[in-house]
Design a protein. Sequence first.
Length: 275
Amino acid sequence: MSDAVKPPEALPSPPGPVHLVGAGPGDVELLTLAAVRAIKHADVILYDHLVGPGVLEFARPGVELIPVGKRAGRHSLKQVEINALLLEQAFTGRRVVRLKGGDPMMFGRAGEEAAYLRRHGIEVTVVPGVTAALGCAASSQIPLTLRGVSRSVQFVTAHCMDDDATNAMDWSKLANPDGTLAIYMGRTQLPYFSAKLIEAGLSPDTPAAAIENGTLPTERRCFATLSTLAARAAAELGDGPTLVIIGHVIDHRPKEVRTGEEASQANTCRLFEHA
Ligand SMILES: C[S@@+](CC[C@H](N)C(=O)[O-])C[C@H]1O[C@@H](n2cnc3c(N)ncnc32)[C@H](O)[C@@H]1O
Protein backbone atom coordinates (compact mmCIF):
# COMPACT_ATOMS: atom_id res chain seq x y z
CA MET A 1 0.00 0.00 0.00
CA SER A 2 1.38 3.42 -0.93
CA ASP A 3 1.93 6.00 1.77
CA ALA A 4 1.63 8.74 -0.82
CA VAL A 5 -1.06 10.62 1.13
CA LYS A 6 0.50 12.62 3.96
CA PRO A 7 -1.21 13.16 7.35
CA PRO A 8 -2.39 16.69 8.06
CA GLU A 9 0.29 19.16 9.18
CA ALA A 10 -1.59 20.52 12.17
CA LEU A 11 -2.44 18.19 15.04
CA PRO A 12 -5.18 19.96 16.96
CA SER A 13 -5.72 17.19 19.50
CA PRO A 14 -4.33 13.78 20.46
CA PRO A 15 -5.01 11.35 17.59
CA GLY A 16 -7.13 8.20 17.54
CA PRO A 17 -7.94 5.53 18.29
CA VAL A 18 -9.81 4.20 15.26
CA HIS A 19 -12.25 1.35 15.86
CA LEU A 20 -12.67 -1.15 13.00
CA VAL A 21 -16.13 -2.57 13.58
CA GLY A 22 -17.97 -5.47 11.93
CA ALA A 23 -21.62 -4.73 11.15
CA GLY A 24 -22.56 -8.34 10.40
CA PRO A 25 -24.08 -9.71 7.19
CA GLY A 26 -27.18 -7.50 6.99
CA ASP A 27 -29.78 -8.36 9.63
CA VAL A 28 -29.42 -5.67 12.30
CA GLU A 29 -30.13 -8.28 15.00
CA LEU A 30 -26.77 -9.84 14.22
CA LEU A 31 -24.78 -6.83 15.45
CA THR A 32 -22.70 -7.59 18.53
CA LEU A 33 -23.18 -5.61 21.75
CA ALA A 34 -19.64 -4.29 21.32
CA ALA A 35 -20.50 -3.05 17.82
CA VAL A 36 -23.63 -1.28 19.06
CA ARG A 37 -21.62 0.34 21.84
CA ALA A 38 -18.91 1.51 19.41
CA ILE A 39 -21.52 2.94 16.99
CA LYS A 40 -23.33 4.72 19.86
CA HIS A 41 -20.14 6.39 21.05
CA ALA A 42 -18.78 7.40 17.66
CA ASP A 43 -18.36 11.04 16.61
CA VAL A 44 -17.73 10.05 13.00
CA ILE A 45 -18.53 6.81 11.16
CA LEU A 46 -17.01 5.82 7.82
CA TYR A 47 -19.16 3.02 6.46
CA ASP A 48 -19.35 0.58 3.55
CA HIS A 49 -22.36 -0.02 1.32
CA LEU A 50 -22.79 -3.54 2.75
CA VAL A 51 -23.70 -2.20 6.19
CA GLY A 52 -27.28 -3.39 6.68
CA PRO A 53 -30.44 -1.31 7.15
CA GLY A 54 -30.98 -0.07 10.69
CA VAL A 55 -27.36 -0.38 11.79
CA LEU A 56 -26.62 3.35 11.55
CA GLU A 57 -29.74 4.13 13.57
CA PHE A 58 -27.71 3.32 16.69
CA ALA A 59 -25.55 6.36 16.00
CA ARG A 60 -26.04 9.51 18.10
CA PRO A 61 -27.85 12.47 16.56
CA GLY A 62 -25.30 14.79 15.00
CA VAL A 63 -22.74 12.08 14.27
CA GLU A 64 -20.92 12.59 10.98
CA LEU A 65 -21.71 9.71 8.60
CA ILE A 66 -19.32 9.25 5.69
CA PRO A 67 -20.13 6.61 3.04
CA VAL A 68 -16.93 5.21 1.57
CA GLY A 69 -18.27 1.91 0.28
CA LYS A 70 -17.43 0.04 -2.84
CA ARG A 71 -20.07 -1.42 -5.04
CA ALA A 72 -19.38 -3.20 -8.31
CA GLY A 73 -19.54 -0.73 -11.17
CA ARG A 74 -20.30 2.32 -9.00
CA HIS A 75 -18.01 5.12 -7.96
CA SER A 76 -16.43 4.85 -4.55
CA LEU A 77 -13.33 6.05 -2.78
CA LYS A 78 -10.08 4.31 -3.62
CA GLN A 79 -8.40 2.42 -0.79
CA VAL A 80 -5.62 5.05 -0.47
CA GLU A 81 -8.27 7.73 -0.18
CA ILE A 82 -10.10 5.78 2.53
CA ASN A 83 -6.82 5.33 4.43
CA ALA A 84 -6.08 9.03 4.20
CA LEU A 85 -9.58 9.95 5.33
CA LEU A 86 -9.33 7.62 8.34
CA LEU A 87 -6.03 9.19 9.30
CA GLU A 88 -7.36 12.70 8.87
CA GLN A 89 -10.37 11.86 11.06
CA ALA A 90 -8.17 10.23 13.71
CA PHE A 91 -6.09 13.42 13.90
CA THR A 92 -9.19 15.46 14.69
CA GLY A 93 -9.29 13.72 18.08
CA ARG A 94 -12.87 12.58 17.50
CA ARG A 95 -14.04 9.01 18.16
CA VAL A 96 -13.73 7.33 14.77
CA VAL A 97 -15.55 4.13 13.77
CA ARG A 98 -14.76 2.38 10.50
CA LEU A 99 -17.86 0.22 9.96
CA LYS A 100 -17.64 -2.73 7.57
CA GLY A 101 -20.08 -5.41 6.42
CA GLY A 102 -19.65 -8.83 8.03
CA ASP A 103 -16.37 -9.19 9.87
CA PRO A 104 -13.78 -6.48 9.27
CA MET A 105 -10.91 -8.98 9.11
CA MET A 106 -12.58 -11.24 6.52
CA PHE A 107 -11.98 -10.02 2.96
CA GLY A 108 -12.57 -6.50 4.25
CA ARG A 109 -9.16 -4.85 3.82
CA ALA A 110 -9.17 -4.08 7.55
CA GLY A 111 -5.65 -5.49 7.79
CA GLU A 112 -4.42 -2.89 5.30
CA GLU A 113 -6.27 -0.04 6.97
CA ALA A 114 -5.03 -1.05 10.43
CA ALA A 115 -1.42 -1.36 9.23
CA TYR A 116 -1.59 2.06 7.57
CA LEU A 117 -3.00 3.71 10.68
CA ARG A 118 -0.50 2.00 12.99
CA ARG A 119 2.36 3.12 10.73
CA HIS A 120 1.18 6.66 11.38
CA GLY A 121 1.02 6.17 15.13
CA ILE A 122 -2.72 5.64 15.43
CA GLU A 123 -4.01 3.04 17.85
CA VAL A 124 -6.49 0.60 16.30
CA THR A 125 -9.07 -1.65 17.93
CA VAL A 126 -11.16 -4.33 16.20
CA VAL A 127 -14.72 -5.41 16.94
CA PRO A 128 -15.53 -8.68 15.12
CA GLY A 129 -18.76 -9.20 13.21
CA VAL A 130 -20.74 -12.16 11.93
CA THR A 131 -19.21 -12.88 8.55
CA ALA A 132 -21.42 -13.50 5.49
CA ALA A 133 -20.67 -17.22 5.37
CA LEU A 134 -21.92 -17.72 8.91
CA GLY A 135 -24.98 -15.52 8.37
CA CYS A 136 -25.92 -17.28 5.11
CA ALA A 137 -25.31 -20.72 6.57
CA ALA A 138 -27.54 -19.88 9.53
CA SER A 139 -30.38 -18.41 7.50
CA SER A 140 -30.32 -21.40 5.13
CA GLN A 141 -29.69 -23.83 7.99
CA ILE A 142 -26.74 -25.34 6.17
CA PRO A 143 -24.28 -26.84 8.67
CA LEU A 144 -20.82 -25.71 7.50
CA THR A 145 -19.24 -28.77 9.10
CA LEU A 146 -21.00 -32.01 9.93
CA ARG A 147 -19.67 -35.19 11.44
CA GLY A 148 -19.15 -37.81 8.74
CA VAL A 149 -19.82 -35.29 5.95
CA SER A 150 -17.47 -32.31 6.20
CA ARG A 151 -14.46 -31.95 8.47
CA SER A 152 -13.33 -28.51 7.36
CA VAL A 153 -14.53 -25.26 5.87
CA GLN A 154 -12.42 -22.99 3.69
CA PHE A 155 -13.23 -19.29 3.23
CA VAL A 156 -12.15 -18.23 -0.22
CA THR A 157 -12.47 -15.08 -2.29
CA ALA A 158 -13.19 -15.40 -5.98
CA HIS A 159 -12.28 -11.76 -6.55
CA CYS A 160 -9.84 -11.51 -9.49
CA MET A 161 -9.89 -15.29 -9.68
CA ASP A 162 -8.92 -15.33 -13.31
CA ASP A 163 -5.91 -13.07 -12.87
CA ASP A 164 -2.35 -14.38 -13.03
CA ALA A 165 -1.93 -14.75 -9.28
CA THR A 166 -5.02 -16.89 -8.96
CA ASN A 167 -4.19 -18.97 -11.98
CA ALA A 168 -1.31 -20.20 -9.87
CA MET A 169 -3.75 -21.29 -7.16
CA ASP A 170 -3.55 -24.91 -6.04
CA TRP A 171 -7.10 -25.94 -6.95
CA SER A 172 -6.58 -29.47 -5.59
CA LYS A 173 -6.54 -27.97 -2.06
CA LEU A 174 -9.98 -26.48 -2.66
CA ALA A 175 -11.44 -29.51 -4.47
CA ASN A 176 -11.92 -31.49 -1.29
CA PRO A 177 -15.04 -33.70 -1.29
CA ASP A 178 -14.85 -34.04 2.53
CA GLY A 179 -14.88 -30.29 3.13
CA THR A 180 -16.99 -27.18 2.57
CA LEU A 181 -16.12 -24.12 0.52
CA ALA A 182 -17.56 -20.70 1.35
CA ILE A 183 -16.78 -18.43 -1.57
CA TYR A 184 -17.00 -14.63 -1.29
CA MET A 185 -17.36 -12.25 -4.25
CA GLY A 186 -17.89 -15.24 -6.49
CA ARG A 187 -20.98 -14.44 -8.60
CA THR A 188 -19.29 -13.32 -11.79
CA GLN A 189 -16.52 -15.90 -11.47
CA LEU A 190 -18.87 -18.86 -10.94
CA PRO A 191 -18.37 -20.44 -14.39
CA TYR A 192 -14.58 -20.11 -14.04
CA PHE A 193 -14.13 -21.53 -10.57
CA SER A 194 -16.74 -24.28 -11.08
CA ALA A 195 -14.78 -25.46 -14.14
CA LYS A 196 -11.49 -25.27 -12.22
CA LEU A 197 -12.86 -27.26 -9.28
CA ILE A 198 -14.25 -29.94 -11.61
CA GLU A 199 -10.94 -30.06 -13.46
CA ALA A 200 -9.20 -30.50 -10.10
CA GLY A 201 -11.33 -33.56 -9.34
CA LEU A 202 -14.45 -32.34 -7.52
CA SER A 203 -17.55 -34.14 -8.83
CA PRO A 204 -19.82 -31.99 -11.05
CA ASP A 205 -22.71 -33.34 -8.96
CA THR A 206 -21.37 -31.85 -5.72
CA PRO A 207 -24.20 -29.83 -4.11
CA ALA A 208 -23.74 -26.07 -4.51
CA ALA A 209 -25.72 -23.05 -3.33
CA ALA A 210 -25.71 -19.32 -3.99
CA ILE A 211 -27.29 -17.08 -1.35
CA GLU A 212 -28.00 -13.46 -2.19
CA ASN A 213 -28.67 -10.76 0.45
CA GLY A 214 -28.27 -13.39 3.15
CA THR A 215 -30.10 -12.73 6.48
CA LEU A 216 -32.14 -9.88 4.98
CA PRO A 217 -35.86 -10.09 4.11
CA THR A 218 -34.75 -9.87 0.44
CA GLU A 219 -32.64 -13.03 0.77
CA ARG A 220 -32.80 -15.30 -2.26
CA ARG A 221 -31.24 -18.70 -2.64
CA CYS A 222 -30.41 -21.00 -5.43
CA PHE A 223 -29.64 -24.69 -4.81
CA ALA A 224 -28.00 -26.67 -7.61
CA THR A 225 -24.85 -28.66 -8.30
CA LEU A 226 -21.32 -27.54 -9.04
CA SER A 227 -21.93 -27.94 -12.78
CA THR A 228 -25.34 -26.20 -12.85
CA LEU A 229 -25.04 -23.43 -10.25
CA ALA A 230 -23.56 -20.76 -12.55
CA ALA A 231 -26.45 -20.91 -15.03
CA ARG A 232 -29.10 -21.23 -12.33
CA ALA A 233 -27.75 -18.31 -10.31
CA ALA A 234 -27.55 -16.12 -13.43
CA ALA A 235 -31.20 -16.87 -14.19
CA GLU A 236 -32.61 -16.75 -10.67
CA LEU A 237 -30.65 -14.19 -8.63
CA GLY A 238 -30.24 -10.43 -8.80
CA ASP A 239 -27.14 -8.32 -8.37
CA GLY A 240 -27.02 -8.24 -4.54
CA PRO A 241 -24.04 -9.55 -2.54
CA THR A 242 -23.93 -13.30 -2.99
CA LEU A 243 -22.16 -16.04 -1.12
CA VAL A 244 -21.49 -19.41 -2.73
CA ILE A 245 -21.34 -22.59 -0.66
CA ILE A 246 -20.09 -25.85 -2.14
CA GLY A 247 -20.15 -29.21 -0.41
CA HIS A 248 -22.26 -32.16 0.66
CA VAL A 249 -23.37 -30.32 3.81
CA ILE A 250 -25.91 -28.49 1.62
CA ASP A 251 -27.97 -31.68 1.35
CA HIS A 252 -28.29 -31.69 5.14
CA ARG A 253 -30.35 -28.51 5.38
CA PRO A 254 -34.01 -28.96 6.37
CA LYS A 255 -36.34 -29.79 3.46
CA GLU A 256 -38.35 -26.58 3.99
CA VAL A 257 -35.31 -24.47 3.05
CA ARG A 258 -35.92 -24.15 -0.65
CA THR A 259 -34.72 -22.15 -3.60
CA GLY A 260 -36.26 -18.73 -4.13
CA GLU A 261 -37.40 -15.59 -2.46
CA GLU A 262 -40.70 -16.90 -1.16
CA ALA A 263 -38.89 -19.64 0.72
CA SER A 264 -36.50 -17.16 2.26
CA GLN A 265 -39.34 -15.19 3.77
CA ALA A 266 -40.09 -18.13 6.01
CA ASN A 267 -36.50 -18.98 6.83
CA THR A 268 -34.33 -15.90 7.25
CA CYS A 269 -32.86 -15.62 10.68
CA ARG A 270 -35.12 -13.09 12.30
CA LEU A 271 -34.22 -14.29 15.74
CA PHE A 272 -36.31 -11.88 17.71
CA GLU A 273 -39.53 -12.74 15.91
CA HIS A 274 -39.36 -16.01 17.80
CA ALA A 275 -38.29 -14.60 21.15
C1 LIG B 1 -15.73 -7.39 0.24
S1 LIG B 1 -16.45 -8.90 0.79
C2 LIG B 1 -16.73 -8.46 2.46
C3 LIG B 1 -16.99 -9.63 3.36
C4 LIG B 1 -17.30 -9.22 4.78
N1 LIG B 1 -16.17 -8.60 5.41
C5 LIG B 1 -17.77 -10.41 5.61
O1 LIG B 1 -17.11 -10.79 6.57
O2 LIG B 1 -18.83 -10.95 5.29
C6 LIG B 1 -18.06 -8.79 0.08
C7 LIG B 1 -18.64 -10.15 -0.24
O3 LIG B 1 -19.15 -10.75 0.94
C8 LIG B 1 -20.28 -11.54 0.62
N2 LIG B 1 -21.45 -11.01 1.34
C9 LIG B 1 -21.48 -9.96 2.18
N3 LIG B 1 -22.71 -9.80 2.71
C10 LIG B 1 -23.47 -10.78 2.18
C11 LIG B 1 -24.83 -11.15 2.33
N4 LIG B 1 -25.67 -10.50 3.14
N5 LIG B 1 -25.29 -12.23 1.63
C12 LIG B 1 -24.47 -12.91 0.81
N6 LIG B 1 -23.16 -12.61 0.64
C13 LIG B 1 -22.68 -11.56 1.31
C14 LIG B 1 -20.48 -11.44 -0.89
O4 LIG B 1 -19.77 -12.51 -1.48
C15 LIG B 1 -19.81 -10.12 -1.18
O5 LIG B 1 -19.41 -10.03 -2.53
